[in-house]
Design a protein around this ligand. Structure first.
Ligand code: GTB
Length: 214
């Protein structure tokens, strides 16, 4: 059955790979599943046709036959559960890998998004200069703990898993801030993720969309 995802017609990052379709593309590349992409504009995302797929009017979405999914956590878990390559066979190891997916989305990503929004949407406010360091410190806390847990390991729990895929993509969002470089082992962890052939294919595919003429 054909898999179709949605992505920005023009990503605000112009193809740096930070928009969330990249993590879904990466998961599909890791498990060797071909997919099609339907590009949507910001306006189309808020139209009824897209809201039927995504009640919050965002990308990405995932369609496969009758199944329609939104939320990258759910989409990547679905991909990982239906195709070998992203979750271990051992039941406990599998549960731990899924736990890392949740940790990426529920613990690490929220303060990173808060920092991105503070920079993007609040920099003109009189209190922005005072608030920014506080927001950045709320990112540093979980990063310090994540770095301690990763230690010298290549991946968070044994072999590369959907947990690492999600964590690496979440951490990438920090790159423009320079904050990731305060944690060299996490910067190296992200670089290991980006060196995977599946990531490179996913990145190239979204870049192609964003550098297309016209
Ligand atoms: N929790 C949802 C998920 O994980 O699927 C979040 C989905 C989401 O926020 N999608 C964003 C979107 O559709 C795109 S990825 N936004 C449009 C809207 O809300 O109108 C967020 C994103 C956007 C831009 C950059 N960037 O330019 O660096 C990075 C990430």
């Amino acid at each position: 059955m054909t898999i179709t995802i949605t992505a920005f017609e023009r990503s605000p990052d112009r193809g740096m790979g930070l928009a969330r379709d990249t993590r879904v593309r990466w998961a599909l590349e890791e498990v060797g599943q071909p997919y099609e992409v339907r590009l949507v504009s910001f306006a189309a995302m808020k139209e009824p046709a897209h809201l039927k797929l995504h009640p919050f009017g965002k990308i990405p979405t995932y369609e496969e036959g009758d199944l329609v999914l939104f939320e990258t956590g759910s989409i990547i878990l679905h991909i990982a559960e239906h195709h070998p390559g992203l979750l271990p066979n051992d039941a406990n190891a599998r549960a731990r890998a899924i736990t890392w997916m949740f940790a990426a989305l529920n613990t690490v990503e929220p303060p990173i998004l808060e920092l991105a929004n503070a920079k993007l949407l609040e920099s003109d406010k009189p209190w922005s200069k005072e608030r920014l360091p506080l927001v950045a410190d709320r990112v540093r806390g979980p990063l310090k703990q994540l770095s301690a847990r990763l230690g010298e390991a290549d991946w968070l729990d044994g072999a590369f898993s959907a947990g690492d895929l999600m964590m690496v993509h979440v951490l990438q969002r920090l790159k423009p801030s320079g904050l990731l470089n305060e944690f060299p082992s996490l910067a190296a962890y992200v670089a290991r993720g980006e060196a995977r052939p599946a990531y490179k294919r996913a990145f190239a595919a979204q870049l192609e969309v964003n550098t297309r003429k016209g």
